[in-house]
Write a protein that binds this ligand. Structure first.
Ligand SMILES: Nc1nc2c(ncn2[C@@H]2O[C@H](COP(=O)(O)OP(=O)(O)OP(=O)(O)O)[C@@H](O)[C@H]2O)c(=O)[nH]1
Ligand SMILES: [Mg+2]
Length: 450
């Protein structure tokens, strides 16, 4: 168990060595290609991806890696930076008297998000009303009413009677009457509108008419995280029609990476104001750009990992240590230092979650809790040894083992287990240090193992 945990840490340390030295153009290209693939798979706009790649390559070659950071991490960090820039600063929606209008294509989550926003403002103590401005889908009226009741805000809608036409004029009329009725007694009025399959002329006209009538302070585009390559085009069309003031990305609780939504935000410049993370009215959150982008790249919370890794390796050079290990000289002191380094990175499970793609998943299958516990125990045992013992483990005969077990509140077999683990690790290192072919193999494996 512990061996596995340390093995992975060693792998990443060795990976750093593999990547150490000068930044070369081939490596940058290789990493950039990986990233391009990830972004395209996440449905980000092709043109944007290509433009981004150019900037990334340029910066990666011109800038020096931060201390303690491998070249790969250096490049990934730049990618992170650039994507954060593209996404822009998320914006807070003011808690004030205002009219908010929701727009978006069919089924993106407008009505649900109207309920969520109403809930958000209500919780902050504002008086909220919602208007059912969707006259095209018969069920839309009831859907919003149910949500309004659930949240406890005022609802305004006009249920279509049989035979009535559901034209755009009606939508404008409803919104006008709704606003007139709600305005006096409410601070925030949120108007839900109809969606369509795509942005047709009819919908654009209706939207423009409603906007003229309502003159909203905020115009939010609601966009499903699953939206694909067309996202930028569609968002631009909405932006041109009404002048968006913000974007809400929904369904980020699903498997979609949200690359299309990023493209939309980048194309319109309408900052993300909220994200939807579930069907329930409570599931509305502010955007955490770093997390969003980590997910986009399929790299988990990579940035946090980089920060932690940097912190952990400051004061102790991971690279130097790995070299020493590979030279075959590996004492219990080294093992203790190694455990400290891993310990500083936080709970193993958390660290694993932050690791890129396959690596993190592979680790997550393991029993992190148990590994963590063992590591804790080993640390206590190690600290019950003298420095001399740790530097010269062959001194640890039975009587000393007994003393150490007592001193650390463990059993002799625990101490022996640790020594056995130490032996295994050291032999592995030794084997590695004398076997060039195996070293090369491992390096290669590490390279491909992203
Ligand atoms: N998992 C998840 N589901 C969501 C989220 N937001 C909305 N949904 C679901 O998506 C579906 C469509 O949501 P609606 O709010 O009806 O979408 P709409 O844009 O109003 O749809 P139309 O009015 O038909 O254009 C519903 O089943 C919602 O429950 C979210 O953040 N997460
Ligand atoms: Mg709707």
């Amino acid at each position: 168990m512990v061996l596995e945990g340390l093995g992975d840490s060693l792998r990443s340390t060795l990976k750093k060595i593999a990547n150490a030295g000068h930044i070369d153009a081939a490596l940058v290209k290789e990493v950039t290609r990986d990233i391009q693939r990830a972004l395209l798979q996440a449905d980000m706009n092709v043109r944007q991806v290509l433009a981004l790649s150019k900037t990334i390559e340029k910066r990666a070659m011109e800038e020096k890696p931060l201390p303690g950071m491998s070249n790969r991490e250096h490049v990934i960090r730049i990618v992170h930076d650039e994507l954060v820039t593209l996404l822009g600063e998320p914006r807070k929606v003011a808690l004030k008297k205002q009219v908010i209008m929701m727009v978006g294509l069919y089924g993106q989550g407008k009505t649900t998000t109207t309920g969520k926003l109403a809930n958000h403002f209500k919780k902050k103590g504002l008086r909220v009303g919602v208007v059912a401005g969707d006259v095209h889908r018969p069920a839309a009226h009831d859907q919003l009413k149910t949500l309004a009741d659930q949240v406890g805000v005022t609802f305004y809608g006009e249920k279509p009677e049989g035979g009535e036409t559901h034209g755009s004029d009606r939508a404008v009329g409803i919104v006008e009457r709704g606003l007139a009725e709600l305005r006096r007694k409410h601070d925030v009025i949120i108007v839900d509108t109809a969606g369509r399959d795509k942005l047709e002329d009819g919908l654009v006209q209706e939207m423009e008419d409603i906007f003229k009538a309502a003159d909203p302070d905020e115009k939010f585009l609601v966009m499903d995280a699953q939206v694909g390559q067309q996202a930028a085009v569609q968002a631009t069309a909405f932006h041109e029609a009404v002048g968006l003031t913000g974007t809400i990305i929904t369904k980020l609780d699903g498997t979609a990476k949200g690359g299309g939504a990023l493209s939309a935000v980048a194309a319109t410049g309408a900052p993300v104001v909220f994200i939807g993370t579930g069907e329930h009215v409570d599931e509305l959150e502010p955007l955490d750009p770093k997390r969003f982008i980590g997910r986009l790249l399929g790299m988990g919370d990579l940035d946090a990992l980089l920060e932690k890794a940097q912190e952990a390796s400051s004061g102790m050079n991971a690279e130097k240590m790995a070299r020493k290990m590979m030279s075959g000289k590996f004492t219990l002191n080294d093992m203790q230092a190694q455990m400290d380094m891993i310990g500083k990175m936080g709970p193993l499970g958390k660290v694993a979650q932050m690791l890129p793609g396959g690596m993190g998943q592979a680790l997550q299958g393991r029993d992190m809790g148990a590994t963590q516990e063992k590591m804790g125990q080993y640390k206590v045992i190690l600290s019950s040894m003298t420095d001399e013992e740790r530097e010269n483990p062959h001194l640890l005969k039975s009587s000393r083992v007994k003393r150490i077990a007592r001193g650390s509140g463990t059993e002799m077999r625990d101490v022996k287990e640790l020594l056995k683990y130490y032996d295994t690790t050291r032999n592995m290192m030794k084997g590695l240090s004398s076997n060039r072919k195996m070293q090369r193999q491992l390096m290669r494996q590490l390279k491909f193992q992203k």
